[in-house]
Each structure stands twice: as C-alpha cells, then as structure tokens.
Design a protein around this ligand. Structure first.
Ligand code: ZN
Ligand code: ZN
Length: 371
C-alpha cells in the first residue's frame, strides 16, 4: 500500500441530469436518487458473474503491482482508518472513532473491489434504531446522549472484507479412546461392618489412529478493516452473501467506503483460524470412538480463491472521557450492536435507591409484624 499526498482530489460524484445536484444510491432499490429534485437514475444491472480470484497468483501479481486500483481517501491519524473522500463532508469527525479529522487526502493502491451488498436499511430506519439504542442507555451520562443525538454523526459506510474459498486436505495422527467396563471391588460399611462389594467402572482403551480428512470451504468471511473492533462486527453476522452484486460505483454514491488495512495474505491467516475448528471436528469424527486425541495435523490448502467485497454498515462513533463508543447497524438486516458507556453516579444513585426501597420494605414488614 503506497501513499502520497494529493492536493486535488477528484471526489466520486454523479450529477443529476435534471438539476445538476448529487445523485445518491437509494437503499433497497436499484436507483440513484437526486437529493435535491428527486430525479431517479436506474443503475444498469450487469449479468456478469462475480469471479473469485486466484489467491497465490494475485500475491505474485501484487509483488509486481499489477491488478491494482488507485483511489484517493481521507486518513484518520487517531484510529488509522482510511475512507473514501466525499466532497460534501470531507472535514469533521472520523466516523470510526469520533476524532476530528483534517481533510488530508492520500492516494491508495489497492486491489479492486469485486462485489458488494448494497444498503437496504435506509438512513431513517438506522436513525430510529440509533435513537432507540440511546434511549435504552439508562446508565449513560446525559451529556453523552445530547452529544451523540446529533444526526450528522450517523454515517453509511461500506466496510471492506475478504472472502476465501479453499480446498483443504489434512493428514493427522492421534489416538482413539473406546470406553469399556470392568467389575471393580470396593470397601463399604454396612451395619457397622466393613464389607467388600463390586460395581461396574468405565475405563478408556486408547489405540493409535491416523488418517486424512478433506473439506471444501466456501466464502470464509474475514474483516479487512482494523478501525472497527472484531467483537462488534462479528455480532453483525450473518450477512446474506448469496445476494452479492458485482461492484458498481453507483451503489457507493451518498455513502462512504473504507480502504482495507488487512492485506490479502494476512486475511488468509485469519481465515485459517476460522477453518481450524471445523477441520478439528472432521478429524474427531474420522477417528471415531468415545474419545479422541489429536497429536499432529498438517493441512494443505489446495486451490485458494478470494473476493474483495464491501458490506454496508451504518455507524456512529463518539468520544467520551477519552474512550471511543461505537454504534453499528447491519445495513442489510437492521441488526443493531453497540458499546455502551455507564455513568458512575447514576449507578451509585440506583444502588442507593435500591437499598432505600429494601430498607423501607423491611420497616413496613416490621411494623406489620409488630401490629
Ligand atoms: Zn436533481
Ligand atoms: Zn478515526
């Protein structure tokens, strides 16, 4: 990823044929709509299939800086996010961390996006969900609610992901454990007398096991952003990846898109971690028996293919007492997730109130007992 400053960025813009204002993608539709006069422009649907790329070939190409796409973006020094330049809102706060961002644009050389899921949830729906979430933050400091209630802080962002396909073959060595039962004698006390009795006890017989398991993984999803915590984005899953559309810039109009920070090769490391438990279960199943031990497993990843995709997330980030709190909405399903701050005096007040109520209850009970 090479970066250089550029003082004359060319923002993505689709002018309205009727009035010249900006067209924006209308979530859940196949049109771009003029924010000024309402004129609509249909997005041409392309019938080409989304082709997965060869992983190893692309890594070799990357070394030669081929298949690379140039773009201009804004960089946040606080959280490291880089996202598309937008002429309408180029200054202000970073949508990922809430830090003030100076409009410093950079040129990025990255792999071209191949597919995306367009926004389906509209701004109004996301805003309503955000307000419901804020309203539910009973313990949050009031100041923060006022601060966060500003609608301008809700950003529609296309977040970068990788998906990997891999044909895996794993050789393993281990042990299979089979239960068997034996008669066991033990001492017990009966009528003050020590007696010897027998009972059935379960033991395990271990035998060596070795073999090969194969599994094809399809569309293992890996977050390519480092600006959003994985715990937050993972809770937005699942995504309807079967509905991915070939990339078209029109779907990005009126929204922002983030540059990837996790490189293609690093992303595959994470994909391997995601595949590992499934391979382990396959081995355990292959070993059979009642118990399994795996001593060694060597996985070969045959043909690895990938896609660089964008997924739609409505987000808001705000800073409060040097901490960042984020609120995110899955732009397809409307699923809501957030990190919630607490006001310590509100909690203290609730605890005291609770104690007073209990104390009051006891007093009433005592009065009744006495009367
Ligand atoms: Zn117009
Ligand atoms: Zn930031």
């Amino acid at each position: 990823m090479q970066q250089e400053s550029d003082s004359n960025p060319d923002p993505r813009r689709f002018p309205c044929a009727q009035c010249g204002a900006s067209l924006e993608y209308a979530p859940g539709t196949e049109v771009q709509r003029c924010t000024y006069c309402g004129h609509e422009n249909r997005i041409a649907v392309v019938a080409v299939p989304i082709e997965e790329q060869d992983f190893r070939q692309t890594l070799r190409d990357l070394a030669n800086t081929a298949t690379i796409h140039d773009s201009i973006s804004i960089h946040c020094d606080s959280c490291g996010a880089s996202y598309s330049f937008d002429a309408a809102a180029h200054a202000g706060e970073c949508p990922f961390c809430g830090a003030p961002v100076v409009a410093k644009t950079e040129r990025y050389r990255q792999l071209q996006v191949q597919a995306l899921l367009p926004f389906k949830i509209e701004r109004e729906q996301a805003r309503a969900a955000f307000h419901r979430w804020l309203g539910g933050l009973w313990f949050a400091p009031g100041k923060l609610k006022d601060h966060a209630r500003n609608d301008a802080r809700l950003t529609g962002m296309y977040v970068p992901y990788w998906t990997y396909d891999a044909d895996t073959t794993t050789r393993y060595q281990g042990e299979r454990g089979d239960n068997y039962q034996v008669q066991e004698s033990y001492r017990a006390m009966e009528d003050g007398q020590e007696v010897v009795r027998t009972r059935l006890a379960t033991k395990i017989r271990w035998t060596p096991a070795a073999g090969v398991v194969s599994r094809f993984f399809d569309d293992v999803l890996v977050l390519a952003s480092r600006s959003l915590p994985r715990e937050v984005t993972e809770r937005l899953e699942p995504w309807d990846l079967a509905k991915l559309l070939p990339y078209r810039e029109e779907y990005l109009s009126g929204f922002r898109s983030e540059m990837y920070q996790v490189e293609l090769e690093q992303g595959f490391e994470r994909a391997r971690e995601i595949m590992a438990p499934t391979i382990q279960r396959d081995i355990q199943h292959d070993i059979g028996g009642d118990h399994q031990r795996i001593h060694a497993a060597d996985t070969r990843y045959g043909e690895i293919r990938f896609k660089h995709i964008l997924l739609p997330i409505w987000m808001s980030a705000f800073r409060f007492r040097d901490r960042v709190y984020r609120f995110v909405v899955n732009g397809r399903s409307g699923e809501v997730q957030g990190e919630r701050p607490y006001s310590s005096w509100k909690i203290a007040f609730a605890v005291i109130l609770g104690l007073l109520l209990i104390g009051g209850g006891i007093a009433v009970w005592r009065a009744r007992q006495g009367g």
